[in-house]
Design a protein. Structure first.
Length: 283
């Protein structure tokens, strides 16, 4: 886990515990003795890419530091029904409290990683990398982005704070591409900040306007056809990174990659996924 992710993950785990356990797991408290110990296993029930083992251990140790965690499979492993990802031993009350929290996290992360792997596999043989977006479940973004990396994709910006991305609304409100780009450069210079600038373009002529304003770190071709993308990549001619975005599907992914674009951003990696089925059972 990247060090900068840790505070977000810790806060998410605290919130998950608070919303699920509240003032106590009364079901376990009423029928499970406090000193009763046991062992459970994480069982995979579908084919896919495993993700969230590292987070599951954090959840377990947050609830009970004395848990004995025995990982068998690492994040990124291609799993099939019947595979056991890990065993965990400890107080039964703690195990039962952790069950739904870690399953919710792991099932979603594994779903994102599995979806991403399908796109990443389709890009094999091309230099193009698939990127995630900010289309994530509120509060879950860091875990979603971790899962994308596990599945073989790359991360776009985390939020509004680590990259300037001049999109259509910013450009229109700023008065055009040149004004938006010049404004971004002046803003960073005045504040002594060093973060990348990316600018969305809607026409081939917009590319000339970006470079007339001094250029940026990456240009995003928004809703271009593959033929327009090929022309756009030639026009940029390696002067900055290039990204395709907007309406690109698994079926058209390779058509855009064949144009030589550096990145393709796909919102479906995180907002159109199916969680991977798994269970935590006594053993």
């Amino acid at each position: 886990m990247k060090p900068e992710y840790k505070p977000f993950v810790d806060e998410l785990i605290e919130l998950a515990i608070k919303e699920d356990i509240g003032d106590g797991d009364h079901t376990s408290l009423c029928c499970i003795p406090a000193d009763e110990h046991g062992r459970m296993r994480l069982l995979c029930k579908q084919e896919g890419v495993l993700a969230g083992v590292e987070i599951a251990e954090l959840v377990l140790r947050r609830l009970d530091p004395e848990m004995a965690f025995e990982p068998l499979l690492a994040d990124g492993t291609r799993v099939k029904p019947g595979d056991v990802a890990f065993y965990v031993s400890g107080r039964l009350r703690s195990l039962l409290q952790a069950e739904r929290i870690l399953l919710n996290i792991m099932q979603r992360m594994s779903g994102v990683a599995t979806q991403t792997a399908v796109y990443a596999d389709r890009l094999k043989g091309y230099k193009t990398k698939v990127l995630d977006t900010r289309k994530t479940t509120p509060g879950m973004r860091v875990l979603d982005k971790m899962a994308v990396k596990i599945g073989g994709g790359e991360n776009h910006r985390i939020g509004l704070f680590d990259m300037i991305l001049l999109k259509d609304n910013h450009i229109d409100f700023a008065g055009g591409v040149e004004k938006a780009v010049l404004g971004a450069k002046a803003y960073l210079r005045e504040r002594g900040k060093e973060i990348p600038i990316e600018c969305e373009v809607r026409t081939l002529e917009d590319i000339d306007r970006v470079f007339a304003a001094g250029g940026v770190d990456r240009i995003m071709f928004d809703n271009f056809t593959p033929e327009m993308t090929r022309q756009a990549v030639e026009k940029v001619a390696g002067r900055c990174e290039t990204e395709s975005s907007g309406g690109i599907t698994l079926e058209t992914l390779a058509d855009y990659a064949a144009c030589g674009v550096d990145f393709i951003s796909v919102g479906a990696l995180t907002h159109q996924i199916r969680s991977l089925d798994m269970s935590l059972k006594a053993c």
